[in-house]
Design a protein around this ligand. Structure first.
Ligand SMILES: [Fe+2]
Length: 396
């Protein structure tokens, strides 16, 4: 297909969120507001006329979510408060009666409870996998230069040279329109085959499995598989960051200090496509690992922070072993595959320096609570008063 074909706006969905990086002297925190941000796309009440859907926020809220304001409005409505803006938003989505608002409130509470439990469930799964899973290709768990395409290594060499400049880097990359989307070789075909074979081995095992996020139902969370420390972190720090420092300096490309990495799988009898959304990331790397498939191009629309009245979408082919770098806030999705099976490696890279100032999911100063691991990528200096709140923002 024409890589610059303008496609009709696809039906929007919601993306995802995650938590913060281990920085010495800093505490890992979650963003309470995230939940509110992720709940922005209120699900229409059945039987009511619904407003047109909006693109969803990053870490997938496919499981019927409501907006922060919606939550507040519903709560206020239940308590006799006014919350006029939010009430209006809910009305636009079909809420009319007390029962409607009550249903919204129950849905919010159920989603909050589900998300509160996600972290502990993930920790338990990781422990079981670490103890019981028999790796088929143990070598793929530790990043080696031999896994990387020679052209990718050349790009990294250029970016780490003293003369590295953006215009010089762009000679190595394929650029798409003015959306700051770039295609580059990443892995060797041999590595992709071994990696997918390992992932299939895990998929077919009886190990506990979490969903990659709320929009993808099939795939693997790479931190649970034990690949963060030995593979994804060095990939981000040693190889990707020199590139993103030149491409996305305004998004903290030089200081991407945490990530969430997962592999998603599309096939005819499972997920076929991915609805329009933006990621909970400053910068996203999306690598096509194979296998063989037809159709299934990616499409990109507006930057979420800078929407236009009539967004223009461009369609980009996802080439095996190659990756696309884009701003996490770039609205995007994946068209349905027509045949075969498709595996993608997704790395959401975060910069705490950027998101600590403004949460990219709710566009507010973050309110943080403590979390394990990278969390949603936020950090805060240690204080004596530990927040007594819970993780409401792990929108996996
Ligand atoms: Fe995405």
């Amino acid at each position: 297909m024409d890589p610059h074909l303008v496609v009709p706006p696809p039906p929007p969905a919601v993306g995802k969120h995650v938590r913060g990086p281990p920085v010495p002297g800093l505490r890992l925190l979650l963003l309470r507001q995230h939940l509110r941000g992720a709940l922005r796309a209120a699900r229409p009440v059945p039987g009511r006329a619904a407003a047109p859907p909006r693109p969803r926020a990053g870490n997938g809220g496919a499981a019927g979510t409501l907006c922060p304001g919606a939550a507040a409005a519903a709560a206020q409505a239940g308590q006799g408060g006014d919350g006029p803006h939010v009430l209006q938003a809910l009305r636009e989505r079909g809420c009319r009666s007390e029962e409607d608002f009550g249903a919204v409130l129950r849905e919010i509470e159920a989603e909050v409870n589900r998300r509160k439990e996600l972290i502990q469930q993930s920790v338990k799964r990781k422990a079981v996998i670490s103890k019981c899973y028999k790796r088929k290709h143990p070598e793929v768990y530790t990043l080696q230069d031999s896994f990387l395409a020679p052209d990718f290594l050349e790009i990294v060499r250029y970016c780490t040279s003293p003369d590295a400049r953006l215009h010089g880097l762009l000679r190595y990359l394929e650029s798409f329109s003015d959306k700051r989307i770039y295609r580059l070789p990443v892995f060797t075909e041999e590595f992709c085959q071994a990696f997918v074979d390992e992932l299939e081995n895990f998929e077919q095992s009886d190990m506990p499995k979490g969903r990659p996020n709320t929009m993808n139902n099939y795939g693997v969370l790479l931190n649970e598989l034990g690949m963060d420390e030995t593979f994804i972190t060095p990939l981000r720090e040693k190889y990707l960051r020199p590139i993103t420092a030149l491409l996305y300096p305004d998004l903290g490309g030089a200081c991407l200090d945490s990530h969430k990495a997962f592999v998603v799988k599309y096939s005819l009898h499972e997920d076929l496509d991915l609805s329009s959304h933006y990621d909970n990331a400053e910068v996203t790397l999306n690598v096509s690992l194979g296998k063989n498939f037809t159709e299934g191009n990616l499409y990109f629309g507006d930057f979420s922070q800078d929407p236009t009245p009539v967004p223009k979408y461009i369609e980009i082919e996802h080439v095996g072993a190659q990756g696309l770098l884009h701003r996490g806030g770039q609205i995007h999705g994946a068209l349905p595959i027509a045949s075969g099976e498709r595996w993608n490696l997704i790395v959401w890279m975060r910069s705490s320096a950027i998101r600590n100032q403004l949460c990219p999911m709710c566009n507010k100063k973050p309110e943080l609570v403590e979390a394990e691991g990278f969390g949603d990528g936020f950090t805060e200096t240690l204080k004596d008063d530990v927040p007594g709140t819970v993780n409401l923002c792990a929108l996996w």
